[in-house]
Design a protein around this ligand. Structure first.
Ligand code: NAD
Length: 258
Protein backbone atom coordinates (compact mmCIF):
# COMPACT_ATOMS: atom_id res chain seq x y z
CA UNK A 1 0.00 0.00 0.00
CA UNK A 2 1.59 3.28 -1.12
CA UNK A 3 1.51 6.51 0.87
CA UNK A 4 -0.80 8.14 -1.71
CA UNK A 5 -2.49 4.96 -2.94
CA UNK A 6 -5.24 5.70 -5.48
CA UNK A 7 -4.99 9.49 -5.20
CA UNK A 8 -5.32 11.44 -8.45
CA UNK A 9 -2.65 14.14 -8.73
CA UNK A 10 -2.01 16.89 -11.28
CA UNK A 11 1.61 18.06 -11.44
CA UNK A 12 2.46 21.10 -13.56
CA UNK A 13 5.93 21.62 -15.02
CA UNK A 14 6.42 17.85 -14.89
CA UNK A 15 8.69 17.57 -17.93
CA UNK A 16 11.76 18.62 -15.97
CA UNK A 17 13.44 19.17 -12.61
CA UNK A 18 11.29 19.00 -9.50
CA UNK A 19 7.98 18.40 -11.28
CA UNK A 20 9.43 15.31 -12.91
CA UNK A 21 10.74 14.02 -9.56
CA UNK A 22 7.35 14.75 -7.92
CA UNK A 23 5.45 12.80 -10.59
CA UNK A 24 7.78 9.80 -10.41
CA UNK A 25 7.69 9.64 -6.58
CA UNK A 26 3.91 10.11 -6.31
CA UNK A 27 3.33 7.33 -8.87
CA UNK A 28 5.78 5.03 -7.05
CA UNK A 29 3.66 5.54 -3.94
CA UNK A 30 0.43 4.51 -5.67
CA UNK A 31 -0.96 7.74 -7.17
CA UNK A 32 -2.41 8.26 -10.63
CA UNK A 33 -0.52 11.20 -12.07
CA UNK A 34 -1.49 13.80 -14.66
CA UNK A 35 1.69 15.44 -15.89
CA UNK A 36 1.43 18.80 -17.60
CA UNK A 37 3.97 21.11 -19.22
CA UNK A 38 4.59 23.35 -22.21
CA UNK A 39 7.39 20.97 -23.17
CA UNK A 40 5.49 18.15 -24.84
CA UNK A 41 8.44 15.99 -25.89
CA UNK A 42 10.04 15.65 -22.44
CA UNK A 43 6.67 15.52 -20.68
CA UNK A 44 5.52 12.59 -22.83
CA UNK A 45 8.83 10.82 -22.13
CA UNK A 46 8.40 11.16 -18.35
CA UNK A 47 4.81 9.86 -18.57
CA UNK A 48 5.99 6.89 -20.67
CA UNK A 49 8.74 6.16 -18.13
CA UNK A 50 6.14 6.07 -15.31
CA UNK A 51 3.78 3.83 -17.31
CA UNK A 52 0.04 3.28 -17.19
CA UNK A 53 -0.56 5.26 -13.98
CA UNK A 54 0.48 8.45 -15.88
CA UNK A 55 -0.85 10.65 -18.65
CA UNK A 56 0.67 13.81 -20.12
CA UNK A 57 -1.28 16.88 -21.25
CA UNK A 58 0.29 19.86 -23.02
CA UNK A 59 -0.59 22.85 -20.87
CA UNK A 60 0.21 26.52 -20.60
CA UNK A 61 -0.49 27.43 -16.96
CA UNK A 62 -1.31 31.02 -17.98
CA UNK A 63 -4.35 29.84 -19.97
CA UNK A 64 -7.67 29.44 -18.17
CA UNK A 65 -9.10 27.25 -20.94
CA UNK A 66 -6.02 24.98 -20.75
CA UNK A 67 -6.62 24.61 -17.00
CA UNK A 68 -10.27 23.64 -17.57
CA UNK A 69 -9.14 21.03 -20.09
CA UNK A 70 -6.49 19.60 -17.73
CA UNK A 71 -8.81 19.31 -14.73
CA UNK A 72 -11.73 17.86 -16.71
CA UNK A 73 -9.42 15.34 -18.43
CA UNK A 74 -7.99 14.23 -15.06
CA UNK A 75 -11.50 13.66 -13.70
CA UNK A 76 -12.70 11.89 -16.87
CA UNK A 77 -9.68 9.64 -16.99
CA UNK A 78 -9.20 8.77 -13.30
CA UNK A 79 -12.62 9.53 -11.76
CA UNK A 80 -11.75 12.41 -9.41
CA UNK A 81 -9.07 14.91 -8.33
CA UNK A 82 -7.25 14.78 -4.96
CA UNK A 83 -3.96 16.67 -5.33
CA UNK A 84 -2.68 19.63 -7.33
CA UNK A 85 1.05 20.42 -7.40
CA UNK A 86 1.45 23.95 -8.82
CA UNK A 87 5.12 23.51 -9.72
CA UNK A 88 5.61 25.09 -13.19
CA UNK A 89 7.71 28.21 -13.04
CA UNK A 90 10.20 30.43 -14.82
CA UNK A 91 12.75 33.07 -14.03
CA UNK A 92 13.99 36.24 -15.75
CA UNK A 93 17.19 37.89 -14.65
CA UNK A 94 17.12 41.55 -13.65
CA UNK A 95 17.01 43.80 -10.62
CA UNK A 96 14.15 46.25 -10.12
CA UNK A 97 15.77 48.89 -12.36
CA UNK A 98 16.91 46.54 -15.15
CA UNK A 99 13.79 44.36 -15.30
CA UNK A 100 11.45 45.39 -18.12
CA UNK A 101 7.74 45.69 -17.46
CA UNK A 102 7.26 43.01 -20.11
CA UNK A 103 9.52 40.56 -18.22
CA UNK A 104 7.88 41.43 -14.91
CA UNK A 105 4.46 40.62 -16.36
CA UNK A 106 5.70 37.47 -18.15
CA UNK A 107 7.22 35.99 -14.97
CA UNK A 108 4.22 36.89 -12.82
CA UNK A 109 1.80 35.50 -15.42
CA UNK A 110 3.41 32.06 -15.15
CA UNK A 111 4.49 31.91 -11.50
CA UNK A 112 1.67 33.84 -9.85
CA UNK A 113 -1.35 33.89 -12.19
CA UNK A 114 -0.71 30.26 -13.17
CA UNK A 115 -0.97 29.19 -9.52
CA UNK A 116 -4.12 31.30 -9.07
CA UNK A 117 -5.78 29.67 -12.09
CA UNK A 118 -4.77 26.22 -10.87
CA UNK A 119 -6.33 26.72 -7.43
CA UNK A 120 -9.44 28.35 -8.92
CA UNK A 121 -10.05 25.47 -11.33
CA UNK A 122 -9.06 22.55 -9.11
CA UNK A 123 -11.03 23.42 -5.97
CA UNK A 124 -14.53 22.85 -7.47
CA UNK A 125 -13.37 19.50 -8.92
CA UNK A 126 -11.94 18.41 -5.56
CA UNK A 127 -15.14 19.50 -3.84
CA UNK A 128 -17.20 17.48 -6.30
CA UNK A 129 -15.28 14.36 -5.32
CA UNK A 130 -16.01 15.08 -1.65
CA UNK A 131 -12.74 13.64 -0.34
CA UNK A 132 -11.00 16.90 0.58
CA UNK A 133 -7.71 17.48 -1.18
CA UNK A 134 -4.23 18.92 -1.05
CA UNK A 135 -2.88 21.85 -3.07
CA UNK A 136 0.89 22.28 -3.02
CA UNK A 137 2.27 25.54 -4.37
CA UNK A 138 5.93 25.89 -5.27
CA UNK A 139 7.27 29.16 -3.91
CA UNK A 140 10.91 29.86 -3.00
CA UNK A 141 13.13 31.31 -0.29
CA UNK A 142 13.00 34.38 -2.57
CA UNK A 143 9.52 35.03 -1.11
CA UNK A 144 11.03 35.36 2.35
CA UNK A 145 14.14 37.45 1.83
CA UNK A 146 13.91 38.78 -1.73
CA UNK A 147 16.69 38.43 -4.31
CA UNK A 148 17.99 41.63 -5.83
CA UNK A 149 19.00 40.07 -9.16
CA UNK A 150 15.58 38.50 -9.86
CA UNK A 151 13.04 41.13 -8.77
CA UNK A 152 10.10 39.82 -10.82
CA UNK A 153 10.71 36.24 -9.70
CA UNK A 154 10.89 37.23 -6.01
CA UNK A 155 7.64 39.19 -6.27
CA UNK A 156 5.89 36.29 -8.01
CA UNK A 157 6.95 33.84 -5.29
CA UNK A 158 5.80 36.26 -2.58
CA UNK A 159 2.40 36.34 -4.29
CA UNK A 160 2.30 32.52 -4.24
CA UNK A 161 3.01 32.49 -0.50
CA UNK A 162 0.18 34.95 0.28
CA UNK A 163 -2.27 33.33 -2.14
CA UNK A 164 -1.60 29.96 -0.50
CA UNK A 165 -2.77 31.28 2.87
CA UNK A 166 -5.88 32.87 1.33
CA UNK A 167 -6.76 29.59 -0.39
CA UNK A 168 -6.23 27.60 2.82
CA UNK A 169 -8.43 30.01 4.79
CA UNK A 170 -11.16 29.95 2.12
CA UNK A 171 -11.21 26.15 2.14
CA UNK A 172 -11.25 26.00 5.92
CA UNK A 173 -14.17 28.43 6.00
CA UNK A 174 -15.99 26.24 3.47
CA UNK A 175 -15.15 23.11 5.50
CA UNK A 176 -14.38 21.29 2.25
CA UNK A 177 -11.34 19.45 3.64
CA UNK A 178 -8.94 20.92 1.07
CA UNK A 179 -5.53 21.99 2.42
CA UNK A 180 -3.12 24.39 0.75
CA UNK A 181 0.57 24.80 1.57
CA UNK A 182 3.60 26.43 -0.02
CA UNK A 183 7.09 24.99 -0.39
CA UNK A 184 10.14 27.25 -0.21
CA UNK A 185 13.32 25.64 -1.54
CA UNK A 186 16.71 27.28 -1.78
CA UNK A 187 19.03 25.93 -4.51
CA UNK A 188 17.91 22.70 -6.17
CA UNK A 189 19.95 20.95 -8.87
CA UNK A 190 17.65 21.52 -11.87
CA UNK A 191 17.94 22.95 -15.38
CA UNK A 192 16.40 26.25 -14.16
CA UNK A 193 19.26 26.92 -11.79
CA UNK A 194 21.81 26.11 -14.47
CA UNK A 195 20.16 28.51 -16.94
CA UNK A 196 20.26 31.29 -14.36
CA UNK A 197 23.84 30.62 -13.34
CA UNK A 198 25.29 30.34 -16.85
CA UNK A 199 22.79 31.73 -19.34
CA UNK A 200 22.94 28.40 -21.20
CA UNK A 201 19.66 26.78 -22.23
CA UNK A 202 20.58 23.14 -21.65
CA UNK A 203 23.01 21.32 -19.39
CA UNK A 204 24.34 17.86 -18.69
CA UNK A 205 23.87 16.25 -15.30
CA UNK A 206 27.59 16.89 -14.55
CA UNK A 207 27.28 20.59 -15.38
CA UNK A 208 24.29 20.98 -13.06
CA UNK A 209 26.14 19.02 -10.32
CA UNK A 210 29.11 21.38 -10.62
CA UNK A 211 27.05 24.29 -9.24
CA UNK A 212 26.76 22.63 -5.84
CA UNK A 213 29.74 23.44 -3.61
CA UNK A 214 30.79 22.41 -0.12
CA UNK A 215 30.07 25.92 1.17
CA UNK A 216 26.72 26.17 -0.63
CA UNK A 217 25.41 22.65 -1.21
CA UNK A 218 22.27 22.36 -3.35
CA UNK A 219 19.70 19.63 -2.83
CA UNK A 220 18.32 17.10 -5.32
CA UNK A 221 14.84 17.38 -6.91
CA UNK A 222 13.98 14.19 -4.98
CA UNK A 223 14.55 16.04 -1.67
CA UNK A 224 11.71 18.38 -2.67
CA UNK A 225 9.62 15.49 -4.00
CA UNK A 226 9.76 13.83 -0.57
CA UNK A 227 8.13 16.91 0.93
CA UNK A 228 5.56 17.05 -1.89
CA UNK A 229 4.74 13.39 -1.21
CA UNK A 230 4.24 14.10 2.50
CA UNK A 231 1.98 17.10 1.79
CA UNK A 232 0.00 15.10 -0.79
CA UNK A 233 -0.56 12.24 1.66
CA UNK A 234 -2.99 12.09 4.57
CA UNK A 235 0.05 11.98 6.92
CA UNK A 236 0.04 15.80 6.72
CA UNK A 237 -3.72 16.18 7.33
CA UNK A 238 -3.21 18.95 9.91
CA UNK A 239 -0.59 20.87 7.92
CA UNK A 240 -2.48 23.75 6.32
CA UNK A 241 -1.44 27.28 5.21
CA UNK A 242 2.15 26.40 6.12
CA UNK A 243 5.31 27.83 4.58
CA UNK A 244 7.44 24.70 4.30
CA UNK A 245 11.09 25.81 4.15
CA UNK A 246 13.51 23.33 2.63
CA UNK A 247 16.72 25.33 2.61
CA UNK A 248 19.32 23.76 4.90
CA UNK A 249 19.12 26.79 7.24
CA UNK A 250 19.99 29.31 4.51
CA UNK A 251 17.28 31.70 5.72
CA UNK A 252 18.14 31.27 9.41
CA UNK A 253 20.26 34.39 9.82
CA UNK A 254 22.17 34.49 13.10
CA UNK A 255 21.77 37.67 15.17
CA UNK A 256 24.25 40.41 14.26
CA UNK A 257 27.51 40.02 16.16
CA UNK A 258 27.41 36.24 16.58
N1 NAD B 1 15.66 25.06 -8.86
C1 NAD B 1 15.65 25.83 -7.78
O1 NAD B 1 16.68 26.06 -7.15
C2 NAD B 1 14.34 26.40 -7.27
C3 NAD B 1 14.34 27.01 -6.01
C4 NAD B 1 13.15 27.50 -5.51
C5 NAD B 1 11.98 27.37 -6.22
N2 NAD B 1 12.00 26.78 -7.47
C6 NAD B 1 10.71 26.63 -8.17
O2 NAD B 1 10.44 25.25 -8.36
C7 NAD B 1 9.63 25.07 -9.53
C8 NAD B 1 10.25 24.03 -10.46
O3 NAD B 1 11.48 24.56 -10.94
P1 NAD B 1 12.70 23.67 -11.51
O4 NAD B 1 13.91 24.16 -10.85
O5 NAD B 1 12.33 22.23 -11.46
O6 NAD B 1 12.73 24.24 -13.00
P2 NAD B 1 12.75 23.56 -14.45
O7 NAD B 1 13.06 24.68 -15.39
O8 NAD B 1 13.60 22.35 -14.45
O9 NAD B 1 11.23 23.11 -14.63
C9 NAD B 1 10.18 24.03 -14.78
C10 NAD B 1 9.18 23.43 -15.76
O10 NAD B 1 8.08 24.37 -15.88
C11 NAD B 1 7.68 24.38 -17.24
N3 NAD B 1 6.99 25.63 -17.56
C12 NAD B 1 7.51 26.88 -17.64
N4 NAD B 1 6.56 27.75 -18.01
C13 NAD B 1 5.40 27.04 -18.15
C14 NAD B 1 4.07 27.38 -18.52
N5 NAD B 1 3.73 28.65 -18.84
N6 NAD B 1 3.13 26.41 -18.54
C15 NAD B 1 3.48 25.12 -18.24
N7 NAD B 1 4.72 24.73 -17.92
C16 NAD B 1 5.68 25.69 -17.87
C17 NAD B 1 8.99 24.25 -18.03
O11 NAD B 1 8.75 23.81 -19.36
C18 NAD B 1 9.76 23.25 -17.18
O12 NAD B 1 9.55 21.92 -17.62
C19 NAD B 1 9.49 26.46 -10.14
O13 NAD B 1 8.26 27.03 -9.74
C20 NAD B 1 10.66 27.22 -9.55
O14 NAD B 1 10.44 28.60 -9.53
C21 NAD B 1 13.16 26.31 -8.00
Amino acid sequence: MGRVEGKVCIITGAASGMGKADAVMLAEQGAFVVLTDLNEKDGQAVAAQIGERAIFIKHNVTSESDWQHVVSTAVERFGRLDVLVNNAGMMALGNVVECSLEDYRRVNAVNSEGVFLGCKTAIPAMEAAGNGGSIINMSSVAAMHGMSFVAAYSASKGAVMALTKSVALYCREKRNGIRCNSIHPDGVKTPMVFKVATGQETASREEIESLSTEANPMCEPEDIASLVLYLASDESRFINAAEMLIDNASTATPPIGI
